[in-house]
Write a protein that binds this ligand. Structure first.
Ligand code: DC
Length: 237
């Protein structure tokens, strides 16, 4: 007899949301709880940006950026307990989170040919992860609508602008004072405005569950995701 885990279709969960919505940490914790793999697609846009700068590619040269994205030797570590990013044999986990990268990554993320290359890689990675672990949570800006529009569970994780600024500010600067909130505003408000020219992640598309975490703490947000997953999988059984 085939064990249930082998006969069941993989559990594919797509989570989108704006900066500071908590989608990365919540997705990781939910993937851990479910015992499945995790894919941070934003890290892939950051990796292309880092690779271009490392290789001396001008981010204004759209065609050169696309070539770099296609050639980039990228490996993604997809264990939710300790995800990592490696390009050309080099671990770049800290490098891709610097303000230098955050402030220019939208130039790469709004390049439509880069997007189609990364979407192709994301679908391939998701299929591999799901096959190995029985499922995957992929998070980003266009996962629920484009990359995995047929996912078992699709969630748009949001929070008020104020809550997102507070969270990202505490994450980046260890505190949420007036000054650090102002410094974070560019990353949250301006970057999301630029990114939303190519993806829809402020409103839930048809069939996508909206989860507003403004008034939820971290554990409550993770639990809310797990509840949505449990309800969706019970329904599809
Ligand atoms: O989630 P993040 O801040 O690490 O994302 C980095 C950048 O990539 C950000 O500008 C949004 C963009 N992005 C995207 O356009 N599509 C995705 N699926 C994920 C991220």
């Amino acid at each position: 007899m085939t064990p249930a885990s082998e006969s069941q279709a993989p559990l594919v969960i797509a989570i989108d949301g704006p900066s500071g919505s908590g989608k990365s940490s919540v997705s990781r914790a939910a993937a851990k709880a479910l015992g499945i793999g995790y894919l941070d697609t934003g890290a892939m846009y950051r990796a292309v940006t880092w690779w271009c700068l490392d290789q001396g590619v001008d981010l204004e040269d759209a065609e050169a950026v696309v070539r770099a994205a296609r050639e980039m030797p990228l490996t993604m570590g997809t264990d939710p307990a300790a995800p990592w990013v490696e390009v050309d044999g080099r671990r770049i986990d800290a490098e891709i989170r610097t303000t230098d990268i955050s402030s220019v990554v939208s130039k790469v993320a709004t390049n439509l040919d880069v997007r189609s290359e990364l979407r192709r890689r994301q679908r391939e990675l998701m299929a591999g992860i799901a096959e190995r672990t029985g499922g995957v949570i992929a998070e980003g800006r266009d996962i629920t609508t484009v990359v995995a529009a047929d996912a078992t569970v699709r969630i748009l994780l949001t929070a008020s602008e104020e809550a997102r600024l507070r969270r990202r500010s505490a994450e980046l600067h260890g505190e949420a004072s007036q000054t650090t909130i102002a410094a974070t505003r560019d990353q949250i408000v301006r970057r999301d405005r630029d990114d939303s020219t190519v993806s829809t992640f402020h409103e839930a598309a048809d069939g996508v569950m909206l989860l507003d975490t403004s008034d939820l703490d971290f554990d409550q947000s993770v639990q809310a995701v797990l509840d949505i997953v449990a309800a969706a999988t019970a329904e599809s059984r």
